[in-house]
Design a protein around this ligand. Structure first.
Ligand code: GLN
Length: 253
């Protein structure tokens, strides 16, 4: 049965910023809307493309290597003038890894270039010459009321992110490195915006988080629509498989 609503997902820089299955997050959002009879349109946003920001209901931006971030950084900074006020008003956004870094104050690349960020999240990232942080992650969400509270994903980043006084961590890390490998935090959250190092893909393996994004989106659209639950048998098999393999390592790095 169709529901008379179409959700428009703005996908920032799909050509440059799409690592380690990040596109799967967009696919998960599309399918979860379609399974509930809703329409969905994906609006690809590349450097220089014209965007009607008032028509965007949800934003997604994936990860990218330093060289990719360098190519889109100026365009993103320019667009921040339109994006940030909407994030302040509740537009939901999921920003993974390189996108998370650029939503913060700044990112200093491995070769020492400073990329100014949108500054929406009070975080700062530096790549330095550390060993890259690579592997599966099991983390526990602190601030959002979702069940289960565990998030599973895969990280691969050279950047180490430190939270400023106005930042709230998304989760605490049980297995993996998260923001910086030292303070056990993972990601950051503000309003309906999540920055995280979890690729993997995040939303297919954490359907409770995918639905929270969709609830935020439907509320931002003032649609009055409530989400019907889905079975999510396979999604939770993928989720619990990672926990079974790595959850017992809680506290280890
Ligand atoms: N270039 C960034 C880093 O290595 C982001 C990598 C990514 O998005 N996976 O930290």
């Amino acid at each position: 049965m169709g529901v008379d609503v179409t959700v428009r997902v703005g996908h920032l820089y799909p050509a440059e910023m799409s690592l380690y299955g990040d596109r799967g997050n967009v696919l998960a959002l599309i399918r979860r809307l379609q399974w509930r009879g809703m329409g969905v349109e994906v609006v690809p946003i590349e450097p220089g493309s014209l965007v009607d920001w008032d028509a965007i209901d949800l934003l997604f931006m994936g990860g990218g290597e330093d060289s990719h971030q360098v190519r889109i950084a100026d365009d993103f900074l320019h667009r921040a003038e339109a994006i940030v006020p909407r994030l302040e008003r509740g537009l939901p956004m999921l920003a993974i890894c390189g996108a998370y870094q650029l939503l913060g104050q700044e990112y200093v690349t491995a070769d020492g270039r400073t990329l100014s960020g949108a500054g929406f999240l009070d975080v700062r990232t530096e790549a330095g010459s550390h060993r890259r942080q690579i592997g599966n992650v099991v983390a526990e969400v602190g601030v959002i009321d979702i069940t289960p509270k565990t998030l599973v994903g895969f990280e691969n980043h050279g950047g180490r992110t430190f939270l400023g006084p106005r930042a709230t961590p998304l989760a605490s890390v049980g297995k993996g490195s998260g923001n910086n490998g030292t303070d056990c935090t993972e990601g950051a959250i503000r309003n309906h915006v999540i920055g995280t190092y979890l690729h993997g893909s995040l939303l297919p393996k954490n359907p409770q988080l995918a639905d929270r994004f969709l609830e935020w989106t439907l509320a931002y659209k003032a649609s009055g629509i409530r989400l019907e639950p889905l079975g999510d048998h396979w999604e939770y098999l993928a989720h619990t498989d990672v926990i079974a393999r790595y959850g017992r390592l809680r506290g280890n790095r």
